[in-house]
Design a binder for this molecule. Structure first.
Ligand SMILES: NC(=O)c1ccc[n+]([C@@H]2O[C@H](COP(=O)([O-])OP(=O)(O)OC[C@H]3O[C@@H](n4cnc5c(N)ncnc54)[C@H](O)[C@@H]3O)[C@@H](O)[C@H]2O)c1
Ligand SMILES: [Zn+2]
Length: 378
């Protein structure tokens, strides 16, 4: 057993519908809001500005973030943050906006050192997905590859979970990001650095997901279910921030970056094959990971009299959920040409091997095994 393990959370979390008004209690003179054009058009940026004005803050806005933010966005944001020197940085959006904000002020810190005054960092997620509002992670695309930055300097000081902000999300985004949450919690549960503390959060997140994701995919105005999924997203984020993720994310980063596919959808397509691989379904189905997946099946009230039965039950439950959500069964169904896919596999597997999520996977994979997973999920 490892000794002296730590569980810490650097972020204060304020939650419940309507909690956006907490912004009116912030202190400082100047704020920088980082978001994207879609959220600005919906009116969220205006609302935030209003609350910040109540707090006596003058707001500046940077809404050039696009999905899967790249180094160009970081460079543009860097100029603005250096110019404005905000006391408060508010990132509002999905993982892309929050990760971009993290990358921007982390770059400023790296470039300027102590000459850069770290702003009070507030993250407001508008997807129930990445958990970026509580993590030390930022995923940035550099020359077509997704790079995972990890540093607790980037952990938000405050996360505001106002599930009303998710009500405008399109159905596809709700499904993709919800499956991202399920992947975070599942990977955190079997990751090498999982502890009783991270397990508690992962288990709760998985339960909430299975009980509520379908409900909000059918009706995003179901406020109770929407709130549960939003909380689950944050819980899964706390869990994986400490426990780590695994090859599901490594494979998803590589394919998402290469073929420009939504992060959550990539995770969803890979999930059963990664579980089967980690749980050694084609072998004894009795290793540590298999027992953990079987435990999840048991928690969900699924048949799990043996480890193999539990493992199969968990995989089947995910399959069923995906079918109900209308998720494709492979990348071919997303319109990816066989030639394009085949030509990219080797390089994607190499990138996945190097990904920061790979070392905590319960099984150390060989490149050929990752190639096999990609082939199975086509
Ligand atoms: N930092 C982390 O810990 C972490 C973890 C997992 C994934 N990621 C990264 O996060 C990114 C994905 O983030 P995401 O899945 O949240 O999607 P996203 O931020 O890319 O958003 C997807 C689309 O949905 C729109 N959108 C978001 N919220 C909306 C709302 N409430 N109403 C209407 N439209 C809305 C956005 O404008 C965008 O067009 C990827 O780059 C992924 O690699 C980061
Ligand atoms: Zn993810």
């Amino acid at each position: 057993m490892k000794i002296n393990q730590t569980f810490s959370l650097n972020t204060k979390i304020i939650f419940n519908p309507g909690s956006l008004n907490e912004l009116s209690k912030l202190q400082g003179e100047t704020a920088l809001i980082i978001s994207d054009k879609i959220l600005e058009e919906i009116g969220y940026v205006k609302t935030i500005k209003g609350y910040l004005a109540e707090a006596g803050l003058t707001s500046h806005v940077f809404t050039d973030v696009r999905p899967d933010p790249d180094t160009k966005i970081l460079a543009d944001g860097l100029k603005i943050i250096q110019e404005i020197k905000p006391d408060v940085l508010v990132a509002m959006g999905g993982g892309s906006a929050i990760d971009a904000a993290k990358g921007i002020f982390y770059s400023a810190h790296q470039m300027l050192g102590d000459a850069f005054q770290r702003p009070y960092f507030v993250a407001i997620p508008t997807t129930s997905g990445t958990g970026s509002e509580v993590t030390d992670f930022s995923v940035i695309t550099a020359e077509g590859d997704k790079i995972v930055l990890v540093n607790d300097y980037m952990a938000p000081d405050l996360a505001i979970l106002d599930s009303d902000c998710v009500a405008s999300a399109p159905r596809k985004v709700v499904i993709d990001t919800g499956m991202d949450v399920l992947t975070h919690a599942t990977e955190a549960y079997v990751a090498n650095d999982a502890t009783d503390f991270t397990d508690a959060l992962a288990e709760k997140a998985i339960r909430l997901l299975f009980e509520n994701l379908l409900l909000i995919a059918e009706d995003i105005n179901n406020e109770v279910a929407r709130d549960h999924v939003h909380n689950a997203s944050c819980m899964a984020g706390i869990a994986f921030n400490q426990a780590g993720l695994g090859i599901n994310h490594s494979l998803a980063h590589a394919i998402g970056g290469t073929l420009h596919l939504a992060h959550g959808r990539c995770n969803a397509l890979l999930l059963e094959e990664v579980i089967a691989f980690n749980g050694e379904l084609e072998k004894s189905a009795n290793n540590h990971a298999a027992k953990r997946y079987a435990k999840l099946a048991e928690l969900l009230g699924l048949p799990a009299r043996t480890v193999r039965e539990g493992l199969v039950s968990y995989i089947d439950a995910i399959k069923k959920l995906k079918k109900q959500l209308g998720i494709e069964s492979g990348f071919a169904d997303l319109g990816i040409e066989a030639d394009t896919y085949q030509a990219a596999i080797e390089k994607m597997a190499e990138a996945a091997m190097m990904d920061r999520c790979t070392p905590v996977n319960p099984i150390k994979p060989a490149k050929e095994e990752l190639i096999k997973i990609y082939k199975k999920v086509y």
